[in-house]
Design a binder for this molecule. Structure first.
Ligand code: FAD
Length: 396
């Protein structure tokens, strides 16, 4: 958002509560879909867009669905996911979160105030907004954009009825390094594409990868990202202090050894216990000088890897609207209303989609699982069925 504003010479200031640029999910890769790539391409100056492309990993060979016995149910190649030979700004990418954050923050030094935690705001009669910070200071602005993440202070004050709730799903996640040694035992099916393991009774196991290539001296930078997701009843006895690898392994005793080895070889520093939450749908509200974007408003589960993509999409559509205001083609509130309508429609459609997959992951309905598995097997045999089931599903 800031890059798009700077590119279009619209003045802004970022207030970040942390003292430095950091991300709590340091070490994880993020999946940028076509919708996110397009937004980045539109918002970023040429230099940052090229930096982004230079920091992405090798292309994935699409997505696969596997059984717990390591049988392939279906493989959806990349060209079916996003179309044949898409332009770079329509492709899907993997990038380390820290690299993405650095690129998004580059050349913005003069506009970022670190260590500024927003506490509350006040809408003034003249249409502007007064922002109060935890350090006792305050600032005035024409528009306040709450981009302050899932526990947004701006949302809590502005839309107190908007609720974020537990989904009943818990995940244990981690990463396993792709080294000269591990490349010998990790099948290319795992290290070269995203996969969802859909067992016959319970849980989902998800894997993605970040790989700059085995020729790069990068034992420390290439990895597989994995997570085991299930109903919270299986995770009652777990806390962040628990031996998370051991816990995950204890839940899948009969699975193919390859999954167990990926978990047991996981990098201890990156293990994560995640109580998966989501926003509930909210009714529309009247536009004002305060608005929200990204996780601050349509926080969704990580299933489907859509949250950051939708945050990027918001930046694209909001910056477009603000350009209209600067060019005096739209009034401020008219522009914010147009942004919020689009943002709500698209953002909450993604929330619903990610919830659907979360329900599937924790469902223990064997019949539905059996039917899905058999349908996937059939799709793998009949290209036409694969195409209508999965084709272009990842474009937005
Ligand atoms: C395990 C996991 C994997 C994921 N993988 C993917 C993926 O592959 N693809 C994808 O699209 N999405 C993914 N997501 C979701 C994605 O991480 C989020 O949707 C995305 O980070 C949201 O971006 P944001 O800018 O809205 O919020 P955030 O990234 O949370 O940024 C909010 C910022 O606001 C700051 N802040 C917070 N409160 C205040 C305050 N009071 N005052 C000032 N500053 C404040 C924070 O410090 C932070 O810098 C994943 C999420 C998880 C948990």
């Amino acid at each position: 958002m800031a890059q798009a504003l700077q590119k279009n010479k619209i003045s802004f200031t970022i207030y970040e509560k942390n003292d430095k640029a950091e991300d709590w999910l340091d070490g994880y890769r993020i999946h940028i879909r076509s919708v996110g790539s397009k937004a980045l391409h539109q918002c970023l100056p040429f230099k940052q867009w090229n930096d982004f492309l230079n920091h992405t990993g090798l292309d994935a060979d699409g997505i696969g669905f596997l059984t717990e016995d390591f049988e392939e149910l279906v493989h959806v190649p990349e060209k079916l996911m996003i179309g044949q030979n898409p332009e770079p700004y329509l492709k899907q990418y993997a990038i380390n979160r820290t690299d993405l954050r650095k690129i998004l923050l580059s050349d913005l030094d003069e506009s970022i105030n670190y260590g500024k935690k927003l506490d509350r705001f006040e809408q003034l009669e003249n249409g502007s907004v007064k922002i109060f910070f935890a350090d006792g200071t305050n600032e005035e602005a024409d528009i306040l954009i709450g981009a302050d993440g899932a526990n947004s202070k701006v949302r809590q004050q502005y839309l107190p009825n908007a609720r974020r709730v537990e989904t009943g799903a818990i995940a244990i996640g981690g990463r396993t390094m792709l080294t000269v040694e591990s490349r010998k035992w990790i099948p290319i099916t795992i290290s070269g594409r995203m996969n969802v393991v859909m067992p016959k009774d319970k849980f989902f196991f998800f894997n993605a990868f970040f790989d700059k290539g085995k020729d790069v001296d990068s034992d420390k930078c290439n990895y597989i990202l994995w997570s085991l997701v299930g109903d919270k009843k299986y995770f009652q006895d777990v806390s962040v202090e628990s031996d998370l690898k051991q816990k995950a392994l204890s839940l899948i005793p009969h699975w193919n050894p390859i999954y167990k080895k990926i978990i047991s070889e996981g990098d201890g520093d990156t293990l994560l216990l995640l109580n998966i939450k989501t926003m509930l749908p909210i009714k529309s509200w009247a536009a004002s000088s305060v608005t929200l974007m990204g996780d601050a408003i349509h926080n969704m589960t990580p299933m489907q890897g859509m949250g950051a993509n939708m945050a990027l999409y918001d930046a694209f559509i909001l910056s477009k609207q603000l350009i209209e205001v600067v060019l005096q083609r739209k009034d401020k509130l008219e522009a914010i209303k147009a942004y919020e309508t689009d943002m709500r429609n698209k953002g909450f459609a993604a929330v619903a989609k990610s919830m659907k997959y979360t329900h599937k992951a924790i469902s223990e309905n064997r019949l539905i699982r059996l039917m899905s598995r058999n349908w996937f097997r059939l799709c793998n045999k009949v290209f036409f069925l694969k195409k209508i089931s999965f084709g272009n599903n990842w474009k937005d």
